[in-house]
Design a protein around this ligand. Sequence first.
Ligand SMILES: [Zn+2]
Length: 259
Amino acid sequence: MAENPDAEPAPPCAASKPAIIVYGKRVGTIITVCTDNHCPVHDPRAAAAQAANPAPTMAPAPEAETEAEAEERKRNYEQQRKEYEQEQERRAEESRLEDEWREKEWEAERARREKLQKARNAKFDRILENAPAMFSAAQLRVFLRALVNLDPYTFADDVAEHFAAEDENNDKSAEEILLATVDGLTDDKLTGFALRLVLTGNIPITREGEVDSLTEAETAFVPAKPKKTATKTAKAPTPMKAAPKTASRKSSAKKQVAA
Ligand SMILES: [Zn+2]
């Protein structure tokens, strides 16, 4: 593999390294990249910092200089250079810590989004698992809200992708795949298909302020977990299962007495 003659020649620096492109149109091309985030040649901030803080130079010798004066001048220079090097080291350490911190932040954000996406995938699965044979009025309302919000340009393709993967017949259009799917569904699977149709585009993490149809649908279709009552009564010494029963019996008994 030869170097790409079309590549813009990068000015060389101490951190220049050859790199091979592994993805996209120019795959296999070798280019030269700078591997230093704070390279004084390629990072304008580092270049500015270096310009603002130039390396010290030894003062020129005056015309008449005694040996002691020359010694003094040299000592001064040595001292300045030492301070300069210490300052450079301090700045390099600061940059390194800054990079490390930024990388951690980025990694934390990536992990957060991955977790969020997994939760949304699971939410979508739960909604479909709980699709009823027929929508209630409240569920139909949520379905219609999701329908209004869906992206008309991509939704057919997104949903068809799911079914296309199953029958591997990829020469059909998205609409053909979806229509064939509808025709093959038993009556009790229609609501599940309807939910998949309007919710698939909502699986990716929504932006702040956007209507989150997936969460609305979860509220309408997935029965609330009994866990919530369990956490509330967790402190009670009585067994969790027995607790609500006794409570309802007691209250109904009281009502009967009162009536
Ligand atoms: Zn560089």
